[in-house]
Ligand binder design. Structure first.
Ligand code: FES
Length: 140
């Protein structure tokens, strides 16, 4: 069955090997959620873009999450998460697991295959505010 073009996220080549690719998803009428694509030995994995220590902290703050030896690093307190399993191997939430987002690669493109989410756009959530708030994490 041909993949649904509305669920195409990006060419696989656009997902970097040393950091994350940020996207915005939506689950029904809920507020949008951010997710990251990350390279794995098998291809690509998807995870919600929120640390498991403080759940409102974004791993990718808009310019790619740091990675070390195949693990995503939360810049806030240094938790490490395996790119392929989401498992936290070190840090204040050691033993926790990132929330998965199902994706797959078809003919060189990454598709959202998670029935819980619809693809909204590449990049982070546009909160519609007139400018950066005093608590904004955005980096330009
Ligand atoms: S918020 Fe991520 S390690 Fe503390």
């Amino acid at each position: 069955m041909a993949p649904d073009p509305d669920r195409r996220i990006a060419p696989l080549d656009a997902v970097p090997a040393d950091t994350t690719y940020l996207v915005t998803l939506r689950n029904g009428d809920d507020d949008p959620r951010e997710a990251v694509l990350v390279r794995t030995d098998d291809g690509v994995a998807g995870w919600l873009n929120y640390c498991r220590h403080l759940l409102d902290v974004r791993l990718d703050k808009g310019s790619g999450a740091p990675m070390r030896d195949g693990e995503l690093v939360c810049a806030n307190h240094g938790a490490y998460f395996e790119a392929d399993t989401g498992y936290c191997t070190f840090g204040p939430c050691e033993g926790a697991t990132l929330e998965p987002v199902d994706v797959s690669v078809v003919d060189g493109d990454v598709y959202l295959t998670d029935d819980d989410y619809a693809f909204v756009e590449t990049g982070g959530i546009d909160d519609g505010s007139a400018g950066p708030s005093p608590t904004s994490n955005f980096e330009f």
